[in-house]
Write a protein that binds this ligand. Structure first.
Ligand code: IYR
Length: 231
């Protein structure tokens, strides 16, 4: 049973009492440290096992991503979860065509040098091998039942935040991903038949890593390199 104090009206809008977690400082220190250590274990995975991942796990992951904050709470995103082999194959073919143009014509020498340690190339077998692809679309505007345009706000920031939470949720489930951004990504609109108000934002394979898997031996920047404290 909810008590009356659980809800109040502010400026005509219903508000509900926010019951946040409360920990002592010792517990906070332990939890924040453990969370960092656990997040730091995440690595980008470019080679996958084809082992099946149940749809319900993907559904939970997408709902986790969709808890992200967004401009005016408009939640300006659509997540397309693809396990259909024909669609995955079409996406791979189109992506590899764009990559070929990028590597041959669009990327400069400095960019290619910066990628050398990641051993990437125009071939993207993960787009077929991983059991799921999640194509994230941003919605610069929505269209209501009457065909009217509804503005969205801070769309890139909002969808970027949702993608961060998506990646954390994938890691939490014991799965791996890769933030893949073929450029341009217009082929996703066509292949997935998305409406005009959705623009491709990010493409993520989701699955188990191939076993055994070796990832580049690279480091994350230190606290000193990434932060400045003003106390
Ligand atoms: N999209 C290309 C190139 C590429 C670009 C960046 I920045 C990376 O961090 C990795 C790859 C590809 O996927 O090969």
């Amino acid at each position: 049973m909810k008590s009356n104090e659980d809800y109040i009206v502010i400026d005509g809008y219903k508000h509900k009492l926010y019951k946040s977690d409360k920990f002592g400082e010792e517990v906070m220190l332990k939890r924040s440290g453990e969370f960092y250590k656990w997040l730091d274990k995440r690595r980008t995975v470019r080679e996958y096992s084809s082992k099946r991942v149940p749809r319900e796990i993907i559904e939970n992951i997408l709902m986790s991503a969709s808890t992200a904050p967004s401009g005016a709470n408009h939640q300006p995103w659509t997540f397309c979860a693809i396990s259909n082999p024909d669609l995955k194959s079409k996406i791979r073919q189109a992506a590899e065509m764009e990559e070929k143009k990028s590597y041959e014509q669009r990327m400069g020498a400095e960019w290619k040098k910066d990628l050398e340690h990641l051993a990437t190339n125009t071939q993207k077998p993960f787009l077929e091998k991983a059991p799921w692809l999640v194509a994230v679309f941003k919605k610069p505007y929505d269209i209501d039942e009457n065909g009217n345009r509804i503005n969205n706000y801070y769309v890139n920031e909002s969808v970027g935040l949702a993608c961060g939470m998506l990646i954390a949720a994938i890691h939490n489930a014991g799965l791996s991903t890769l933030t893949y951004t073929p450029s341009p990504m217009g082929f996703l609109t066509k292949i997935l038949d998305r409406p005009v108000n959705e623009k491709p934002f990010l493409l993520l394979p989701v699955g188990y890593p191939k076993e055994p898997l070796y990832v580049p031996d690279i480091n994350r920047k230190s606290l000193n390199d990434i932060s400045v404290f003003y106390e």
